[in-house]
Ligand binder design. Structure first.
Ligand SMILES: Nc1ncnc2c1ncn2[C@@H]1O[C@H](COP(=O)(O)OP(=O)(O)OP(=O)(O)O)[C@@H](O)[C@H]1O
Ligand SMILES: [Mg+2]
Length: 483
């Protein structure tokens, strides 16, 4: 793993914790770092000072011992010498042992209770000409400064003492413990302060975050409190202004949407009424007149067997019959009477039948409706299926198609599928092509959904779902999704 990746990983972990934890972490980390640094520095300085002091003390005690032992050695007062060593040990708690050796290296007297350790003799040999010689010895009880001081330039012997560093270690332990206690105390106090301060600092930010989440969900009502007259306070004001503006715009949008829906509903209803009226007119008046004309021409043909215009009458009758068929067809397309009279199932079956006959594309029709649906639902589904079939004929180059209409509880569902060339549903066709848009509008107006699934060369499926429970609406929550 490269250094960059490691840094990225660390940043990912650090960046993921909350602001409160970050501030707390920084404060506590700083205190602990400072405390550990101070402890190490203090221990280092104290060790250096005490080491020098102990060495000095070792030299001065052994010099003192050497000076005071001179007379006693000259007088060969062994008892006095022993007392002198005991006294030296008693007066200097750091001194672990003391002994005196004669010029030949034989121990004259010592303070070891369990016998003299002979190894010691070889460790620190005093040079007769030097004033003293100190060696640092590692023992089971720690370090010992062993100082040898020649007595009368070594002519009558050498005084040696061993000074332990136990007092220094004890002092260091006490200092470390005290410093650690201070760090813990300061950390706790600072930690509590930091918790309080970060709470004060992050409270408005958390309020902003929560309000922003509500806004993201479309709720523009929450306002944040201006806690303080600082930058965060300004941010809170800016946020409140923004949500107010958003709420106003949203209100405006809803009103416009409401009006648009109202208008759309009106347009569609008026269009259907007009179509119905024209279709009725064509059927009831124009078709009747044409029928009369055809009948009249036929009578003319029969009664005027000798008439010269007989072939003319036949031609005219054929023209009139063709026009009648076309008018019938036009009337059907405008508004099939069967939709009003017999309902959606019959109207769709007839539509599919005529569509197959005209475009020569087989259509598999399954309609599972046991009863009539509300008029506006029947009209909407009929028109959507009609437009879908027209699209298939115009664009799909399909070899087969299927239509399924079924009722599921309070929902009517229609699926129209073809195996044609398909198209990219994400392309916006609404500018010049109104068919799909009209289908969507019709479904929307009834609180329904229209979903189109299609991909180039993979056919097209149109799904329509319209609830039957809701009234013809101008309400909320219409969802139309193009998949
Ligand atoms: N079943 C289908 N198969 C392939 N392409 C389709 C199908 N249905 C729609 N399309 C594509 O989607 C486009 C938009 O269709 P839409 O019905 O909105 O417009 P149109 O049919 O071109 O014109 P109109 O406004 O007269 O309906 C079509 O031009 C066509 O490219
Ligand atoms: Mg179309």
């Amino acid at each position: 793993m490269t250094l960059k990746k490691i840094l990225q990983r660390i940043w990912a972990i650090v960046g993921a914790v909350s602001v409160r934890s970050k501030i707390l972490g920084i404060v506590l980390g700083f205190i602990v770092l400072l405390g550990v640094g101070v402890t190490f520095q203090a221990r280092y300085a104290l060790t250096a000072t005490m080491t020098a002091q102990l060495e000095e003390q070792s030299v001065s005690v052994s010099r003192d011992l050497a000076a005071r032992a001179t007379d006693l050695i000259l007088l060969n007062d062994l008892l006095g010498l022993h007392d002198l060593l005991d006294e030296t040990l008693a007066n200097n708690p750091n001194v672990r042992y003391a002994f005196i050796v004669d010029p030949q290296g034989q121990v004259i007297t010592h303070t070891f209770e369990g016998g003299f350790p002979l190894d010691l003799l070889a460790i620190n040999l005093a040079d007769g000409h030097a004033h003293h010689h100190t060696a640092l010895i590692q023992t089971d009880e720690g370090l010992v400064w062993d100082t040898a001081v020649p007595i009368l330039d070594g002519k009558i012997g050498t005084a040696r003492i061993g000074l332990s560093d136990a007092s220094m270690r004890a002092a260091l332990s006490t200092l470390t413990a005290q410093l650690l206690l201070t760090i813990i105390f300061v950390s706790t106090a600072r930690g509590s302060c930091s918790v309080f301060l970060t709470w004060i600092l992050t409270r408005p930010i958390l309020a902003l975050v929560s309000a922003t989440k509500s806004v993201a969900k479309g709720d523009f009502t929450p306002r944040v409190l201006r806690w303080a007259d600082d930058e965060i306070g300004d941010l809170a004001d800016a946020f409140n202004n923004m949500t107010e503006e958003l709420a106003r715009t949203d209100e405006l949008r809803r009103e416009r949407e409401f009006l648009r829906r109202q208008l759309m509903e009106k347009v569609i209803t008026t269009q259907e009424d007009e179509r119905r009226r024209i279709a009725r007119e064509l059927h009831d008046s124009t078709s009747q007149n044409l029928t009369s004309l055809i009948v009249g021409l036929r009578i003319m043909e029969t009664n005027c067997a000798q008439c010269v215009a007989i072939s003319k009458a036949t031609d005219l009758r054929q023209v009139a019959s063709k026009t009648l068929d076309e008018i019938h067809d036009l009337s059907m397309r405008l508004r099939p009477r069967v939709l009003d009279d017999l309902g959606l199932a019959a109207a769709l079956e007839r539509l599919a039948h005529e569509w197959q006959a005209r475009y020569k594309i087989p259509a598999d029709v399954v309609i599972q409706l046991n009863e009539r649906l509300p008029g506006e639902v029947e009209t909407a589904i009929y028109r959507i299926v009609q437009e879908t079939l027209t699209n298939i004929a115009r664009h799909a180059q399909a070899t087969s198609t299927s239509i399924l209409i079924e009722r599921r509880g309070d929902m009517v569902r229609a699926i129209v599928e073809d195996d044609g060339v398909g198209f990219d549903v994400n392309t916006n066709h609404s500018e010049r092509h109104l068919g799909l848009m009209g289908m969507r509008e019709r479904a929307e107006l009834l609180n329904g959904t229209l979903t189109i699934e299609s991909a180039p060369e993979h056919g097209t499926s149109v799904f329509i779902e319209i609830p039957l429970s809701s009234p013809l609406l101008l309400g909320e929550g219409v969802g139309v999704r193009l998949a």
